[in-house]
Design a protein around this ligand. Structure first.
Ligand SMILES: *Cc1c(COP(=O)(O)O)cnc(C)c1O
Length: 422
């Protein structure tokens, strides 16, 4: 990025931090320490840091439980009966949805299965699912076992869009072409919004439009997108989406997952779904009448009572997102990751290539560094030096400065440490 030309110095990084209106949010997070110093944490794409507020938020619910016991469903500071609802306003803003189009429940892979139950309705002639080659393993297993469940052979029923020979990222034109070529047999387009390995952000509106033109439903796995890049799921007319909350959303290990179901499907009981009491209309839930009456919104896909302790950290973290604003976060993220890219390009003698698209509109916070050799060893050296990043086979070190708590000085220090490696 030429905007940063000749700015590989600590003073410039500090200037960017001083000008950063989101810089105060850093103090709202707990950084692990190594040798008595906070680490450089570039792994928020895998597990976000703990917001300071979480401990007292959990304590509040522990107190409600102690004080009110079962009465906590209706009383206490935040009645548990409505616990999922507390997350909806912020989540709706983050993914670009109406509040009734989102809810929290279960975990990501479980939710992908539940949503496929509604949106993958294979027939003898229309039974294919189109996804990206090299999708996250859990998504591959989920799609494979879905098609097997209906008696199809994954070799026939799963269409994978792969990079061109010698390339690592996908061309939107190739995704669209694959959708068009399979139009007659396509039941579902199930794409990730961003590939976990390359960090490529896909053109979700274009994929949605092409999938619909082919007569298929279109759903997205937003694990690496939510809290990282703003989306407009409602306007794009995506049918459904699911995500986890422990990556950029900082809700802690195993936190409750999130889902989006477009309002056009909310009241459609013919889609088919599995029911449970939490998805049933509250007014009739306890009338003991036969017949599941799903709520006419995304909550109609819920099965079980709200997972309060799995949701409490998300609720606390979402307050920070509301205060920061997705637009401001994305703006900072473009600058922060752009600065990281610029500095990496100044490094002499470290043999890697950045496989994440150079176009900022096709990526989020993460840059993936592909090492032809020694990737794992270099990753281990980074960890020893107090830099938390992760390694993904084959050969990739993922570096993700999350804009909510990472600074420009972090990025500069990272560069200074890497310089000593070459
Ligand atoms: C992180 C991630 C998952 C993890 O799924 P869980 O069910 O939460 O364990 C699944 N898919 C993608 C694309 C991911 O990035």
């Amino acid at each position: 990025m030429t905007a940063f030309a000749h700015q590989a110095n600590a003073g410039y990084a500090r200037e960017l931090d001083v000008a950063d209106s989101l810089a105060p949010f850093r103090s709202q997070f707990i950084f692990p320490e190594q040798h008595g110093r906070p680490v450089i944490y570039f792994c928020g794409n895998s597990l976000g840091l703990q917001p300071v507020q979480v401990r007292s938020a959990i304590d509040t619910e522990l107190q409600s439980w102690a004080q009110h016991a079962v009465g906590g469903y209706f009383g206490g500071t935040h009645p548990w009966l409505y616990y999922a609802d507390y997350c909806k306003p912020a989540l709706a803003t983050i993914v670009g949805a109406q509040q009734h189009e989102v809810t929290v429940m279960n975990a990501l892979t479980v939710n992908l299965h539940l949503l496929m139950l509604s949106f993958y309705k294979p027939t003898a002639s229309r039974f294919k699912i189109l996804m990206e080659a090299g999708a996250f393993p859990s998504d591959q297993y989920a799609v494979e076992t879905q098609v097997r469940h209906y008696g199809f052979d994954p070799a026939d029923a799963i269409v994978e869009v792969a990079p061109r020979p010698g390339e690592k990222c996908l061309h939107t034109a190739d995704i669209i072409a694959a959708i068009e070529q399979n139009a007659d047999a396509l039941a579902l387009v199930m794409f990730s919004g961003m590939n976990y390995y390359t960090g490529q952000l896909f053109d979700m509106p274009a994929i949605t439009a092409a999938g619909h033109a082919a007569g298929a439903f279109v759903g997205f796995d937003l694990a690496h997108v939510v809290g990282n890049v703003p989306t407009q799921l409602h306007d794009w007319q995506a049918d459904f989406a699911a995500w986890c909350s422990y990556k950029y959303l900082n809700a802690g290990p195993g936190a409750v997952g999130g889902v989006f179901v477009h309002e056009k499907h909310a009241a459609n009981v013919h889609l088919g779904r599995l029911g449970g009491w939490w998805g049933n209309d509250e007014k009739t839930r306890f009338k003991m009448e036969k017949g599941f009456v799903p709520k006419a919104d995304a909550s109609g896909w819920c099965l079980s009572t709200s997972q309060v302790f799995n949701t409490v950290a998300l609720k606390a973290s979402l307050q920070l997102f509301e205060a920061a604003g997705m637009e401001a976060l994305r703006k900072k993220s473009l600058l922060l990751t752009g600065y990281l890219e610029y500095l990496l390009q100044q490094l002499p003698g470290l043999a890697f290539e950045i496989i994440t698209p150079a176009d900022p509109q096709q990526r989020g916070a993460q840059l993936s560094l592909y090492f032809h050799q020694q990737g794992r060893a270099i990753h281990d050296r980074m960890i020893d030096a107090g830099i938390v990043v992760d390694y993904r086979e084959p050969g990739v070190i993922r570096v993700a400065p999350a804009p909510l708590y990472c600074s420009f000085s972090d990025v500069f220090k990272f560069y200074e440490i890497l310089k000593t490696f070459s």
